[in-house]
Design a protein. Structure first.
Length: 145
């Protein structure tokens, strides 16, 4: 046990590309290592941090593809994040909240509710209803079928 070292809470927890995850004590933050700017903070779980980091790196790679593309014959396809939800829920999220990086699922009897959040942890809206009758409800309560 003497070979185990204490982990500095201000040290990088993980690094992917030019981004790193930092444990801030009350939560995690994602920083750009090159610019030293905070990209996202107050992320409650490490798993949410990993998903957000994956999204950010994927988005950067997509931007690089667009900038370095020399041919318009085969335009790059946008690879949207799959959240492990049913296709009808995924479709509503893609249409009404493409900035979603985290989805929370709550089940009440035969109905499910999926809350969607962006990179900063802001609530975007939710998918409600039972299978075959799902709809998007935005922050102001407007329903979109």
């Amino acid at each position: 046990m003497s070979d185990l070292k204490r982990i500095d809470t201000n040290a990088y927890v993980t690094v992917q590309g030019q981004y790193a995850v930092v444990n801030e004590g009350a939560g995690y933050a994602i920083i750009n290592i090159q610019t030293k700017q905070i990209v996202a903070r107050n992320i409650s779980s490490f798993l949410d941090c990993a998903k957000t980091l994956e999204y950010i790196v994927g988005k950067d790679e997509y931007q690089d593809l667009i900038q370095h593309s020399t041919s318009n014959e085969n335009p790059p396809q946008i690879q949207l994040t799959k959240f492990g939800v049913k296709p009808d829920v995924q479709r509503l999220i893609e249409i009404y909240a493409p900035a979603t990086v985290r989805v929370e699922k709550k089940v009440h009897w035969n109905r499910s509710r999926y809350k969607c959040y962006d990179v900063s942890g802001n609530f975007l809206g939710r998918v409600k209803g039972k299978q075959g009758d799902r709809y998007w409800e935005d922050r102001s309560g407007n329903k979109h079928y």
